[in-house]
Unconditional design. Structure first.
Length: 102
């Protein structure tokens, strides 16, 4: 169904119709499939997102960014603590600042 809609090909529409008849799709299943295709198109940038979808994507992006920042801060903190242990105690102040941020 998705391929038929994207390519607007009559052959694919006929094939999708044949599969639907073989699998005995009813009206509700067909509507559900159509909604899934529309959602896929929206999420891949081929249509306008619904308000709740765009809000969910923004929340997901914010959480992923915060994870990435914490990972980078932790790596830098570990590096500075190792430098403070091995080389110079001045690195300890920088590591303590990073520890309080993360």
């Amino acid at each position: 169904m998705l391929r038929a809609i994207l390519t607007n090909n009559v052959h694919f529409f006929k094939e999708a119709d044949r599969i639907m008849k073989e699998e005995q799709f009813d009206g509700d299943t067909l509507i559900k499939c159509q909604q899934n295709v529309e959602r896929w198109l929206r999420l891949h940038g081929l249509g306008k997102l619904l308000p709740h979808e765009s809000a969910a994507i923004l929340k997901i992006q914010a959480v992923v960014r915060s994870w990435q920042v914490r990972i980078r801060l932790r790596k830098k903190y570990i590096m500075l603590m190792n430098l403070a242990r091995l080389d110079n105690i001045d690195y300890l102040e920088q590591a303590q600042r990073l520890h309080w941020v993360s």
